[in-house]
Ligand binder design. Structure first.
Ligand SMILES: C[S@@+](CC[C@H](N)C(=O)[O-])C[C@H]1O[C@@H](n2cnc3c(N)ncnc32)[C@H](O)[C@@H]1O
Length: 207
């Protein structure tokens, strides 16, 4: 069944509408059936890298889902974080945790409904991956980030290579100061599923 929540079905999605359908069904159980049971740890690495690079101020979590990155950031320090996602059901779960200043719907494959240079930071984990969001959305993240601000997002390593994310990031270099890449494991060492060895690239862009 295509809409049955599973990592493979998520990777096989073809469009933003497919994402809306799958995550509307997954939202209520996502934290347990995906984050806990599959030992998903990417959000901790994104939060760690953002903080290490001095991220602060008003932060937008894109593809925020149920709020995993915000929870990881708030374990480290006090932050003012907003959430955006294409799934209203995922945002409803995030909102119930009272961790975001506000949340709003957006489709990252289109324009994000936020003014130019309005955020000090942007974070994201798990959203730039197979069947979800591709490299063309990174220019939107740069547009909404203030000069001097910081973007830290994870990108599934195979997705990074197959869609040539690096050339998109290079194209944006006229609007940014520099960027760094770090390769990390997506899942914990004890995880036992088919994707347990999958890796992600943590991309940090200094705008
Ligand atoms: C694997 S979940 C990651 C959620 C959260 N960041 C985490 O680390 O647990 C992917 C999220 O991306 C969202 N998403 C997928 N396509 C999107 C799009 N085009 N625009 C905005 N959000 C999207 C989904 O609704 C889902 O909440």
């Amino acid at each position: 069944m295509r809409n049955k929540p599973s990592l493979q079905n998520a990777y096989d999605l073809k469009s933003p509408d497919d994402n809306i359908k799958l995550y509307s069904v997954w939202a209520e159980t996502y934290d347990i059936s995906f984050i806990d049971d599959m030992q998903y740890e990417l959000h901790f690495a994104v939060a760690e890298e953002f903080v290490l690079n001095g991220g602060k101020g008003l932060i937008l979590d894109v593809g925020a889902g149920t709020g995993a990155v915000a929870e990881a950031l708030l374990q480290k320090a006090k932050f003012c974080i907003e959430a955006t996602d294409i799934s209203k059901e995922m945002l409803k779960v995030a909102d119930s945790k009272n961790i975001y200043k506000r949340s709003f719907f957006s489709d990252l494959t289109k324009e994000i409904p936020v003014n130019n240079s309005s955020n000090d930071g942007v974070v994201s984990s798990g959203t730039f991956t197979h069947g979800h969001v591709g490299p063309s959305s990174i220019s939107e993240l740069v547009r909404i980030t203030k000069p001097g601000g910081l973007i830290t997002i994870s990108i599934n390593e195979k997705h990074w290579i197959s869609l040539n994310f690096e050339s998109e990031v290079e194209k944006l270099s006229q609007y940014t100061r520099n960027y760094t890449l770090k390769k990390i494991s997506i899942y914990g060492e004890q995880s036992m599923h088919d994707h347990k060895d999958d890796k992600a690239v943590i991309l940090t862009i200094k705008v």
